[in-house]
Design a protein around this ligand. Structure first.
Ligand SMILES: [Zn+2]
Length: 222
């Protein structure tokens, strides 16, 4: 086995586990949603096959594509969102993982085309501000990928609410992208509930900056 084969095999296994996280946190229904990972050191990505039930995902069922979304290795067709994932990897070299869900509360904000305001310290931590809204885009070509990249470029937020659609998240690896998807739904839900019972209080920008900096640089195990 070459180093590349080993890397791909590792990512196939990791992606099975990460797709389980999408169901564990109730971020997806039926076969909607997908996670991909960039293969380090190669112009390749590994992604969920199209239309396969979450219960039936195996390492072997995952699909390897080039960064134009063309099938390179796998028995099944790649996810119909592959073009969007590939566009992100082509245009954001620091991104190692992408996740996509239609999680309920975040998609409700997307349906209204409204960014989620930064009204929780957990949002300042993970997203460094509001979670922005990207354009309405049809599936198929580069439209979705371009919307994701154009919206997230220069932003701290690893999540974008694509209008009338759902959530795309990015991360340094696939696990970080899935974590952002889980956190996005959690804060979308709380912010929604807060809006239902009153007017949420925005966190001052200097406090957002300080929380985000601490979370990125001090929090957790080092
Ligand atoms: Zn979708």
């Amino acid at each position: 086995m070459t180093t590349l084969d080993l890397a791909v095999a590792g990512l196939r296994t990791q992606l099975v586990d990460l797709h389980r996280e999408l169901t564990r946190w109730n971020l997806v229904v039926w076969t909607a949603g997908n996670v991909s990972a960039r293969v380090p050191g190669a112009d390749l990505l590994v992604i969920k096959p199209s239309g396969v039930s979450y219960d039936d995902l195996t390492p072997e069922s995952m699909v390897v594509c080039d960064l134009d979304g063309n099938l390179v290795d796998g028995e099944l067709s790649p996810s119909s969102d592959t073009a969007a994932h590939a566009y992100v990897y082509r245009h954001m070299p620091h991104v190692g993982g992408v996740a996509h869900t239609h999680s309920t509360y975040a998609s409700a904000w997307a349906a209204r085309g409204e960014p989620i305001p930064c009204v929780l310290t957990a949002m300042a931590d993970e997203f460094g501000g509001e979670i922005p809204v990207g354009p309405f885009a049809l599936i198929g070509g580069d439209e979705i990928g371009r919307g994701v990249v154009d919206t997230l470029n220069g932003q701290r937020s690893p999540a974008v609410l694509m209008r009338n659609h759902g959530v795309f998240t990015i991360g340094s690896d696939a696990r970080a992208a899935v974590k952002a998807a889980v956190m996005c739904e959690d804060v979308a839900r709380t912010a929604h509930l807060a809006c239902e019972i009153g007017q949420p209080i925005p966190i001052p920008q200097n406090a957002v900056d300080s929380l985000h900096h601490r979370y990125r640089n001090v929090y957790g195990q080092h």
